[in-house]
Each structure stands twice: as C-alpha cells, then as structure tokens.
Design a protein around this ligand. Structure first.
Ligand code: TRP
Length: 344
C-alpha cells in the first residue's frame, strides 16, 4: 500500500514491500502449501520489493534435533527458490542471520501486556492439545511482530491461521508509534484467498496439512511421480459417476478439480465441460498427469540447489546482506526513540 502514510524517518522506497516467512518444520512442502502460499509469494515479486525468510528461530519453540533443523532450514530456503522466488529480485534469507529480529522481539515483549499474549488462540490451541509449552511459544507472536516491523513491511501474505498474529503486530506498531512517535510502518495483512484450498486426498473434508494429514492424504513436492500417481488414484471420491464441482456433496471430486484448475490455470467450468461423459478414472489420470508435470521442474531445481549447499548458503548470505541494511536501520531508529544509550 503505497498510499499509507509513512512514519517520518522511514527511508523513502520506490516500491512497497512485502514480507513473509515459513518455519523449517518439515522435509517437504505439500501441494497445498505450494498452491496456497508459495504461488502468491512468487506473484507478489512483480509489484513488491519482496523479503522471504526461513523462520528458524520460531522453529525453536518446539524441541528439534540440531541436524534436522539445519537440514530443514536449507530445504525450506531451497523450496522458496525452486517454487519460483527469484533471489536476484527478492531477499531470501534466514531469520537467525539477522540479530535484529530477536532484538526487536524483546522490545515488543516489553510493549505487550501479559493478558494480551495469553489471549492468542494459537498458543491456547497448542497447549490445550497437550503440547508442552515453553516461554518461547508464549512469546512467538511478538517475535513474529518483530520479523514484520523490522523491515517496514507494507504487506504480509499469510494464511487465515496467522490473522491474529497480524492483528497483534498492527496493535504493537500503533502502540509503539503512539508512545514514542511515528517510527514503525503499520502493515496490511494480506490473508491469502483460499481459491486453491487443497484438501486431504483421503478425507476431502479436511484441509491438506503437513502436520495433521496422513501421508497418503498428502501430495508432497518431494514425492516421486509413481507415488504421486498412486496417491491421486487412491483419492476418496463418491459413489456417483458424474464429474462436477460440488464441494458440499462431492468434496473429493471438487478437490481434484481445484487441484487441476490451480495447476493448469484452466477455469473449473471449462474442466467440467471437458469431462462430460468421462469417469473418475479419467479425472484421476489427468490430475495425476498435471501434478507430476508441475512437480518435475520443481524437483529438478531442488536437486541442483541441495547438491550445492555452498551456493545455497551464498544466496542466503546475500539475502541477509540486503535484509540487514533495512533491519539495522530500523533497529537504530527504535533504539533512539526508546532511549537506549548508543555505545560511544
Ligand atoms: N508464524 C508463521 C507461520 O507459522 C511463520 C512466520 C514467522 C511469519 N514470522 C513471520 C509469517 C512473519 C509472516 C511474517 O506460518
């Protein structure tokens, strides 16, 4: 949003800035993450100065093996790039490479009321499910606020599940500005329209989820073609024969049409017309075929990136350098405003 009033002292920018992050919590994204989130990140590069990072500090809120964390951090960054984020145009980096995230998070902690943090639904849901909570999990939203505010981000593309975190980020930015004078950009949430909301293959009434769905219900971007075909051919449909988009009564068939449409760009009604007189076997073969075709170049690029970790680390270093220029300037402004004495 270029039209929003810019706080004084914020460097002028030619393009508005978009920013988002993903936690390195799995060894592969699934097709739902790809169509629901990454595709939007890629599109935003056209008109925004984009910053995309691996939220490795957030991943520490759950105990993780150090080697697994390191591997997944590289894999997650590589997936951004293999999915179409262009590191020449957009800053691709690792959260922990910029110390200002944690530094500003402390300032955000000190602006947040205890009760306010306690009302965050993600924390409540996770602990209600029995997850062992550490203080990091409790203050997770304040680190996320820092991630966003440290880059003067205008637009933050996230899923619906992150809406409350965006709201507290805006509240904290406004609170800071009110208390200390205009300093931080208040970001606009960009809640991703679930036009391509992909459901589980084994239960098309549940959203495809890397943490909750059974393996057979997920198409992983790392799955080999045979596996993709097998999973899609075993997708749950219904006892009818007609191929039409009716998510209420025919969620399995609707999900396959959503996937095909999102992967090919062909509108659902056009697909439906093309399937007139055909059966579920035809639908599944075609969806499997377009999925394999979409995943193949992604996997080739992933392989190149992971085969050359030094090059990937260089990409992350150059992303961190670009990000660091912004985050250091913001942190200076913040320290000045809140009265932290500068070292001589
Ligand atoms: N909490 C986000 C998620 O789990 C990841 C994230 C961390 C993020 N920091 C962010 C997203 C800043 C957007 C902006 O999906």
């Amino acid at each position: 949003m270029t039209t929003m009033s810019q706080p004084t002292g914020i460097p002028a920018r030619t393009r508005p800035r978009s920013l988002s992050g993903m936690q390195p919590t799995s060894d592969s994204l699934h097709i739902g993450n790809y169509l629901g989130a990454l595709v939007n990140w890629v599109d935003l590069q056209e008109s925004y100065d984009a910053f995309y990072f691996v939220a490795d500090l957030h991943a520490l809120t759950v105990p993780t093996d150090p080697e697994v964390l390191r591997r997944r951090t590289r894999v997650t960054a590589a997936q951004f790039i293999a999915g179409g984020v262009d590191p020449q145009r957009s800053a691709v980096f690792c959260q922990s490479h910029l110390p200002q995230h944690a530094e500003l998070a402390w300032v955000m902690n000190c602006l947040t009321a205890f009760g306010e943090a306690g009302r965050m639904t993600q924390f409540k849901d996770k602990t209600a499910k029995g997850q062992q909570a550490n203080v990091g999990l409790f203050t997770y939203p304040m680190l996320m606020a820092a991630d966003i505010l440290i880059y003067d981000a205008d637009k933050v593309p996230v899923g619906e599940d992150q809406r409350q975190h965006l709201e507290i980020t805006r509240d904290l930015a406004m609170r800071f500005n009110q208390r200390y004078g205009q300093t931080l950009v208040v970001p606009e949430p960009h809640i991703l329209k679930e036009t391509a909301k992909v459901m589980e293959l084994t239960d098309p009434t549940s959203k495809m989820s890397g943490t909750n769905s059974p393996e057979a219900g997920l198409v992983l971007l790392s799955d080999d073609p045979k596996r993709i075909v097998k999973k899609i051919k075993s997708a749950v449909t219904d006892a009818e024969r007609e191929i039409r988009y009716d998510p209420e009564r025919k969620p399995g068939v609707a999900n396959l049409l959503v996937m095909e449409s999102a992967l090919t760009g062909v509108p659902i009604p056009t697909l439906e017309a093309g399937y007139a007189g055909k059966g579920y076997g035809d639908l599944k073969s075609q969806v499997a075929e377009v999925t394999v075709a979409a995943v193949r170049p992604f996997q080739e690029r992933m392989k190149e990136l992971l085969d050359d970790p030094a090059e990937l680390d260089r990409i992350l270093a150059s992303g961190a350098q670009r990000a660091g220029a912004v985050s250091a300037a913001t942190m200076d402004r913040v320290k000045e405003r809140i009265g932290l004495l500068r070292p001589a």
